[in-house]
Write a protein that binds this ligand. Sequence first.
Ligand SMILES: [Zn+2]
Length: 482
Amino acid sequence: MSTEYEVVIGLEVHAELKTKTKIFCSCPTEFGGEENTHVCPGCLGFPGTLPIMNKKAVEYAVRAGLALNCEIQEYSKFDRKHYFYPDLPTAYQISQFEFPICKAGYVEIAVNGKKKKIRLNRIHLEEDAGKLLHSGNSITSSQYSLADYNRSGMGLIELVSEPDLSSAEEARTYLEKLRAVLEYTGVSDVKMEQGSLRCDANISLRPVGSSKLGTKTEIKNMNSYRSLQRALEYEIERQREVLEEGGTIIQETRGWDEEKGITSSMRSKEEADDYRYFSDPDLPPIVLEPAWVEEIRASLPELPDAKKDRLVMELGLSEYDADIITGSRALADFFDKTVTLFNEPKTVANWVMGEYLRLLNAEGTEVQESKVSPEKMAALLKSQATGKISGKMAKAVFEEMFMTGKDPEKIIKEKGLVQISDTDALGEIVEKVLAANPQSVADYQAGKEKALGFLVGQVMKETKGQANPGVVNGLLKQKLTD
Ligand SMILES: [Zn+2]
């Protein structure tokens, strides 16, 4: 008889803080730049330099903790985590071990329509390491490796979840939720492709009903939501096969290979003891004033869950639409602003979910870079609502507006896209079409409703699509039954 297994996953997420300068020196944090230009003796680990705490980094960690329902710790401190690797010039990373800045939070995710609480064990502050560029595939198979320390000393928060996730899909949903909260609160750029949001996963299987955790592996190198999900799905199957064949899982760190679609062993997993953590003697502990924490709490924006509830309860959007619109703050803000200018939330949602997202995806554009402002969007929707242009025209205008950033009024004028709703002007054309199609008139009068559609089509053709179909319909019916 085969054993049923359940999946246990915990995620460790690193988010780069959006501070202007690094966490312990005043070097800039901009992404990119020529190699080794955003550096100073401090973040290069030269002897005789001392770290100076960036207050904004502390504020951002507290902000993230509050938004994720954590207990903010009045007292926290820094420790040195020792390991030797050329991306780390001091051979230790300044991190928080015993006393992290935030403990015991949670986020809620939707699993099959039900809410599930995913607990966070802790959030701690630490510095980032530099980047290595190998001439070969890895450091061991390379003739040489280049080191770029621009990233060295950037401020990070590490968010460690409890092992509450039960599938690859839940892990992905959880990461998307964290990403949204960190984006809303403005503490991180959360760009996985630029590495400002990174994620490692601990994963194990155990027989259903067992309370003891199985041996876990840690998966690294997952650079997108899709690769997180694929890597976990692969690893679940790998572990299941090993266990079903009576084998044992080795506790180790495994790397995800995007091209091959597999995980493979990188090294045996370190235990905390291996890092020889001890207090950093150069940095004083962080002692937070409760009043300052309350100030930060009061400055939090409306968070994704609250925004979603408002969109559903007050504006009447569907859960599905609200979920997608609130998935990123930029999109949610675009929606909110457009609704303040054109107060028909469902119409705005349809356009955002339809044409707007379609073109953003097709062009690979972010909302922030889009040339369509809420003002232009609202102006376009007003033109449609008043009957000045038809729905079909509105789509054409939107597409041009999206590409060029021109005002909708200007596009409407340039293209001569004015909908004809005037009954006198349309009446003449309707008469002409009726006279030219006696058979269809007879068909309609004999009860063939379909003939009306054909006649409407003929009027649309005559007016090059500019006639208001509603008005044409009314006029035709009126004349045909006269
Ligand atoms: Zn520096």
